[in-house]
Write a protein that binds this ligand. Structure first.
Ligand SMILES: Nc1ncnc2c1ncn2[C@@H]1O[C@H](COP(=O)(O)OP(=O)(O)O)[C@@H](O)[C@H]1O
Ligand SMILES: [Mg+2]
Length: 258
């Protein structure tokens, strides 16, 4: 299995505060790799360094064999690594289907094709079919013509995954995809994500609620105070005394109760 994302000694300092300290991460292709840690441990900062939102102070990030350190988010998106956010405001008025169509690359924009109406229509039809297939994969088929503003928190997150998928991404980074949703919906979101691995997709997921997310993970990294303190199978990491200590120490509850 090839190493799709490699973060090598990635460090990010904010005026004296070292939010991420020499982090080493490898995300293998076609895995669900999870990054856990208490609030403020540096998870979002690390994912932002990997996806171009932030420039690392030191260290390197490689994606699919290319050094992408310091690249802009749209360049990283261009090579198939997508970072999901909540749906930006201008898009909440669009339908669920239009959101997915909008995320597709070059939707009918090839200049030479624009001269041939039939080719253009065929392209549009193909895109539409593919968008509906994608919506089925995330369980949103029945909502295709609803405005995305009508979706609940869990469905909005699934729409984000659908947009990533329609953009042709190889890898999708999700920052707390089940944050703020009830346990049943959280399970549904993660089941869909796990199912999408069959499409060849790779997921790098930051999660705070490890009890719900861990069963879906192939590999887990745990962070505390900017440092990776443990890595391995979910079982190994969740039972690592260092991990248990930081979770209990921060008073965020045990690793195995909701
Ligand atoms: N833009 C920023 N400027 C200054 N400090 C920041 C910034 N972003 C994050 N931090 C700090 O970096 C640390 C890690 O934050 P973050 O990566 O958001 O943690 P997590 O996602 O694990 O909750 C925190 O102490 C936070 O206050
Ligand atoms: Mg965060």
């Amino acid at each position: 299995m090839s190493e799709l994302l490699i973060a090598k000694n990635v460090t990010k300092a904010f005026e004296g505060l070292v939010a991420v300290n020499k982090a080493n991460i490898v995300v293998k292709e076609n895995t669900f790799t999870m990054l856990i840690g208490p609030n403020g441990s540096g998870k979002t900062t690390l994912i932002n360094c990997c996806t171009g939102i932030l420039k690392p102070t030191a260290g390197n990030v490689y994606f699919n064999g290319t050094d992408i350190t310091g690249w802009k988010p749209h360049q990283i998106y261009g090579v198939g690594f997508v970072r999901s956010f909540q749906i930006p405001l201008p898009f909440v008025g669009l339908t669920v289907l239009d959101n997915v169509l909008g995320a597709m690359r070059n939707p009918g924009e090839m200049p030479f094709k624009a001269t041939s109406k039939r080719a253009w229509i065929e392209e549009e039809e193909k895109n539409m079919e593919r968008a509906m297939e994608i919506l089925a994969k995330v369980g949103l088929s029945e909502r295709w013509d609803m405005p995305s503003s009508s979706l609940g928190a869990a469905q909005l997150k699934l729409l984000e995954v659908a947009k990533g998928l329609s953009s042709g991404a190889k890898m999708i980074a999700l920052d707390e995809p089940i944050g703020g949703v009830d346990p049943a919906s959280a399970h549904e979101i993660l089941s869909h994500v796990a199912e999408l691995k069959k499409e060849g997709l790779t997921f790098f997921v930051v999660e705070h609620r490890i009890d719900i997310a861990a069963p879906f993970a192939d590999y887990v990294y745990a962070m505390d105070l900017g440092t990776i303190i443990s890595e391995g199978t979910p079982d190994k990491v969740l039972n690592d005394p260092k991990v248990i200590e930081v979770y209990l120490g921060k008073g965020v509850g045990s690793t195995c109760s909701e």
